[in-house]
Write a protein that binds this ligand. Structure first.
Ligand SMILES: [Zn+2]
Ligand SMILES: [Zn+2]
Ligand SMILES: [Zn+2]
Length: 360
């Protein structure tokens, strides 16, 4: 039986249609051939890159030289550019704004053969530190309202280079999707005086566990009630906090651990599918009377993981409805039971963790 489900944050209706039920292997897209290294993001190829913005590297090694573990570069083909003043203008009925922003690439490892899921937890925790530090740094530029951190893994998910990387784009406006979430969370809070995400965590860990995929001291991973796509997952901190930049030290390590397990489960359950993830956090809160005054109470940062197993078509485009052929409960069961297996050691070496690395 199909059913309509309403997302409690967005108010968006989704059609869960399991009778369209293709099995997981039937909804997988054709595989794109992985390009061999070395590429511009590989160890030793630094001379081919623009100057690095930040890195986590072995003490004593110079910027733009080997010795790094995580590295941030300006995007060579930026969607928005960092230079220039933010100019707003009206052209007839249309409003315009200059394309000011920042577009950066976070190279997650010097090793071409490894995916984020293959890296040691401490290394993934370094990637998370870099996310946090870049977001905090760009928040100091008052032309920007928001920084969206996202990852495209796999050709079908939009990745143009196979070397493991994430990206960030800083924008002079709060993105529409984020604003819709903020408004949805604010309405829920006005009505119930509680955070909708905290309520979701309570519901999915105490009232039922049928959509719970993973849990540790700091985080839960759930298959959301009104998932848009098969095997969508939300990684949500248990501690209420609207701002990813304020992530605590234990949370950073717990996020690295749970993210690794989640990605490994996704890989085993669904034959290494293409996916996107993104971090949703509060916009930069600059002094502005009354605007988003309640955000620290009603919003709750999280990471959304979207496997790319189905393609949206005309109905989705025309209606804004998503049709999801896998029930979120079945997806949670499949993921819960999938082992979080590491890659066999012959497929790429994992370098030992060096705790003396520093963020520069
Ligand atoms: Zn490479
Ligand atoms: Zn909350
Ligand atoms: Zn979100």
């Amino acid at each position: 039986m199909s059913e309509l489900r309403r997302d409690p944050v967005m108010g968006r209706w989704v059609i869960i249609a399991p009778e369209r039920a293709q099995r997981p292997d039937a909804i997988l897209t054709a595989r794109h051939e992985r390009q061999a290294g070395p590429c511009v993001f590989c160890d030793g190829q630094e001379a081919r890159d623009p100057n690095e913005i930040a890195s986590v590297r072995i003490p004593g090694t110079a910027a733009n030289m080997p010795g790094w573990r995580v590295r941030v570069l300006p995007n060579k083909f930026p969607v928005l550019r960092i230079e220039g003043k933010l100019v707003r203008e009206g052209v007839g009925i249309f409003d315009m704004m200059s394309g000011v922003g920042a577009h950066e690439v976070i190279v997650e490892t010097p090793d071409h053969e490894l995916e984020l899921a293959d890296l040691p937890e401490a290394h993934i925790a370094d990637v998370i530190s870099i996310y946090r530090d870049r977001m905090a740094d760009l928040g100091g530029d008052d032309r920007f309202k928001y920084v969206l951190i996202f990852k495209n893994q796999g050709y079908e998910a939009g990745a143009t280079l196979d070397h493991a990387h994430s990206q960030l784009i800083a924008t002079p406006v709060t993105p529409k999707r984020v604003k819709e979430e903020l408004v949805g969370a604010q309405r829920y809070h006005e009505f119930k005086r509680r955070c909708v995400f905290c309520d979701i965590i309570r519901q999915e860990t105490r009232l039922t566990t049928e959509r719970l995929v993973l849990e540790n001291d700091g985080f839960v991973v759930i298959s959301p009630f009104a998932a848009r796509v098969p095997y969508e997952m939300w990684v949500v901190p248990k501690q209420h906090n609207c701002d990813f930049v304020a992530i605590s030290e234990p949370e950073r390590l717990n996020l690295a651990r749970i993210l690794k397990q989640t990605l490994l489960k996704l890989r085993t359950a669904l034959n290494d599918p293409p996916f996107n993830y993104l971090i949703h956090t509060a916009p930069f809160r600059r002094p502005r009377a009354g605007y988003w005054a309640s955000i620290q109470h009603d919003y709750h940062w999280h990471l959304e993981l979207i496997p790319r197993l189905t393609r949206p078509a005309g109905f989705e485009e025309g209606s804004g409805f998503f049709i999801n052929p896998v029930t979120p409960e079945d997806a949670a069961t499949t993921l819960l039971n999938a082992p979080a297996l590491p890659k066999p050691p012959d497929q790429g070496s994992i370098s030992a963790t060096d705790s003396t690395m520093r963020v520069g």
